[in-house]
Design a protein around this ligand. Structure first.
Ligand code: SF4
Length: 208
C-alpha cells in the first residue's frame, strides 16, 4: 500500500498540481509559487494530518481547524439533507468490506471492471519496483480472501470463513469489518496502508 499510495495517488496529484501551476516536471518551481491543499481529516484522526513533502504544496486541515469530529461532520451533512453520506475512499482500496465491493459491482459496472483489472495487475506487485530490485514477496490481492476480486466471496461472509480468520489471526477483523470495511475514511495524504500494512500484511491480501 505504501508503494501504491505513492505510485497511484500521490504522484498523479503532484503531476496535476505542477501542471495547474504552470511548471510541469522537470521545470523548477519558484519558491513563492505553491498551492494550498485542503485535506479533510477530522479531529478523531488528527495524528494522520501531515505536512506536504514538497515546497509547492501546503496542506491545510480545515476540519481540525474547526475542531470537528467525524460525528460533527455527519451531523452537519444530515442537517443539509445529505443523510447516509458514505465515507470517502479510493475505488481500489484493500480495506473495503464486502458491502463496498458489492456496491461497486452492482451500481457501477465500469468501475467494477476497472477495479477487477487493477486487482489482476497488482498480483506480482509494482513493475517499476520489481525492475529496481525490490520485488514483491508473494502475491497481492485486493480482497482479504486472497482470491481474485471477480471470484472473491463478496456476497456474504460465511461463519466458517470468519472462524477460519480468527484462527489465523488472533486480532483479526470481526464480522462488522469484513462486511463494511474499516470505520474511518481517509485520503491519499493519510493512507492507512502506510501504517497498517506492515502490521497486518497478511490480513490485507499479501499472500506469500
Ligand atoms: S486506505 Fe485510504 S488512501 Fe489508502 S487505498 Fe484505502 S481509501 Fe485509499
Amino acid at each position: 500500500m505504501q508503494r501504491s499510495t505513492g505510485e497511484y495517488k500521490i504522484k498523479p496529484i503532484k503531476r496535476q498540481v505542477r501542471e495547474l501551476l504552470g511548471y510541469p516536471y522537470p521545470r523548477r518551481i519558484p519558491k513563492d509559487v505553491f498551492v494550498e491543499q485542503w485535506v479533510g481529516i477530522s479531529t478523531d484522526e488528527f495524528h494522520r494530518a501531515k505536512d506536504a513533502d514538497v515546497r509547492y504544496m501546503r496542506n491545510r486541515h480545515p476540519l481540525i481547524d474547526l475542531g470537528w469530529s467525524r460525528s460533527d461532520c455527519v451531523r452537519y451533512l444530515t442537517s443539509l439533507g445529505f443523510a447516509n453520506t458514505p465515507k470517502s475512499s479510493c475505488l481500489g482500496c484493500p480495506f473495503h468490506g464486502n458491502a463496498q465491493w458489492r456496491h461497486i459491482r452492482d451500481t457501477s459496472p465500469d468501475e467494477w471492471r476497472d477495479v477487477v483489472d487493477f486487482d489482476a495487475a497488482i498480483r506480482q506487485g509494482n513493475a517499476r519496483a520489481n525492475a529496481s530490485g525490490n520485488p514483491l514477496l508473494g502475491q497481492a490481492f485486493l480482497h482479504r480472501s486472497r482470491v481474485p476480486l471477480d471470484q472473491a466471496p463478496i456476497d456474504h461472509v460465511t461463519t466458517a470463513e470468519w472462524a477460519a480468520r480468527q484462527d489465523e489471526l488472533s486480532d483479526g477483523p470481526g464480522m462488522e469489518e469484513l462486511e463494511h470495511g474499516v470505520t474511518d475514511g481517509c485520503s491519499p495524504w493519510a493512507c492507512r496502508g502506510e501504517a497498517d500494512t506492515a502490521l497486518r500484511r497478511d490480513d490485507f491480501g499479501l499472500a506469500s
